[in-house]
Write a new protein. Sequence first.
Lengths: 588, 182
Amino acid sequence: MSKLYTGAEIVFKCLEDQDVKFIFGYPGGAVLPIYDELKNHNSIKHILVRHEQGAGHAAEGYARSSGKPGVVLVTSGPGATNVVTALTDAYMDSIPLVCISGQVPTHLIGTDAFQECDTTGITRPCTKHNWLVKDIKDLSKVLHMAFKVATTGRPGPVLVDIPKDIQFAKTNYFKPKKDKKLNGKKKNKFSSSEIDELMNLILKAKKPVIYSGGGVINSGPEASEVLREFVRLVGFPITSTLQGLGAFPGDDNQFIGMLGMHGTYEANNAMHDCDLLINIGARFDDRITGKIDEFSPKSKKVHIDIDPSSINKIIKVDLSIVGDVNEVLNAIVKKINKKQNGLKISNKQNISKWWEQIQKWRTKNSLGFVNSEKTIKPQHAVQRLYELTKDQDTFVTTEVGQHQMWAAQHYKFNKPNRWMTSGGLGTMGYGLPAAVGVQIAHPDKLVIDIAGEASVLMTMQEMSTAVQYNLPIKIFVLNNQYMGMVRQWQELLHEKNYSESYSEALPDFVKLAEAYGCKGIKVDNPNELDAKIKEMIDHDGPVIFDCQVDPNENCFPMIPSGKPHNQMILGPTDEKKNKITGKGKALV
Amino acid sequence: MAKPKSAYSIPTKKGKLDTHIIVVWVDNEAGVLARVVGLFSGRGYNIESLAVAEVDATKNISRITIVTTGTPQVIDQIKLQLKKLVPVHKVADFKREDKNVIFKEMALLKVVGKKKKIDKCLKACKSLNPVILDKTKQSVVIQVTALRRDIDKMSKKLKPFGLTSTSRTGAIAMTRGADTFK
């Protein structure tokens, strides 16, 4: 007879077999048996956070930057409820997480026991699936299944709730089953006639645009490679969603910037005027589409997505291809290469006028801003940060708000998995713990959280985690003393009634850094900015960088409420730039 | 109502609503009904009626029949979202007008009154082939199996004859002919 293991041992055996190296967690009464077992498993390192939400976001940062699932371990009751925000965030942004939560012993379930809550009930709508393990015999099967559900198809979070008595109970351990059927069967979901149809559309297009999203990142680094090959072959302009940044090089000439609410003028106009729209791994989010009725009215729409429920959910499309981005793009590239001679000449000529139009839009320089000698403009700060870090492999996380949009607009990403941001849920406080997770996955790389002072205070306690594990994360706070995006909406849409958006009693971030045992840097003079940024980068250890910026700066361009893509508000430089547009027109 | 200023998205016109019967085969496990129903409430879909019971005890399969209304786009979403749930095996969708599908609901009706009234009442519902399950001097319990709208009509008709309680199931569905839904 084979050896019997306790539930706690089985948890670790599963984690080992799933090749888990790190768990982000926080102990408590109902997970003590699992924590007790931790010491016997050297290949798995536990990262102690300071709040369970931080564990969740750290695991997200780990997963997004490494392509592996993030693992979270929390206790029952408050431990589980605290992680709900992170699970929902991961669900919205399709990030694979496996959350293991402790639960009160099975005989106490339903009795309002100490630290009991209906964890599977609470997390049902914010996970792909969850399990309450009531029988020890199910445990190994459920845990392996949990990893499979989290990582296959459209990735997402799952939760396994394990009552304390199950952690003590003993049974046999079962290794994960190898999937035989999945190979081959799942790969060819899409048909070659769909690829042919797409080829036809590509050949006919005169004003095409490619709109890529987080699905390309989730499909793995090869997907980004093949996307680049595809885009170069067809010569089309490409725009990206917030989540998709980095899949295509941000400084490439074919890249026309991010689209959507704070996207570039050229990207949004291209979306509006195009005759062929190819959506690759994006989901027509409302911050992308603006007014649905007037969204890209003249185009044939193609949607490539692994999740069939994403198709026709918001925008009706003419051609849908359900499949993994990497496989679909590979099929297209193969097809194009077969026909290459015909395509290379005719198609690029077809779209040359379109490129002229895009160049005209580009001359608007919609990301422009009026720089200042006296105060630091937040956009300038991001641009300098980019210039001073672009020569090394840098990972950027963000919080949520104006700083997030400025980071997306002005920091150019050239590789996938380098950009971690909370897009779907828009969770303030995501960036700092996410940076912790990213640094765990990439200990020798530069990891920067471009933050706002309001957001970062929501999970500031995780600095303590960073210090404990010597994680040299850089918290680059664009401090404007306001909840900037709220302030901006109040200025533009609520008659400048700045209701509760000003933070009156902000901490001294330098002293705060010192209190945590790390370095604090403060800068308010534009002339000192570069030197201070260098000081931050060169410091071997975590840094809180308090960058005092102009509190009244707004994030432009912007599509205002209920407007289509071609009715953007441009920034204060617009009038001046109009003249340049005139000149620009003469040039092309 | 004035347009909310900071609303980014303004609801667009709604399309025509159709009634569909969605049949879902699921693993009969704890919480599976909550997953299905939670999906409907969480995404704002409508449930007109719901019927669920285990249909295969060896394979542990339950069959859930849901009557819902929605635009064609919403109905598509309902099916696709249901298929994403882990315990869901397959999803069938029938239009209410579909001639190839049999829809039935059952109702238990209790009528209280004198013999005359009860006789009148039994006569009135003859068209629905009533089954008398219980009869006393002052009351009768009738079982009818029919379409929802016929049962609706019937209960209206029976009100004056002393109908005191009604208990109804949700609709269940089965295709006609030898074919089964794969």
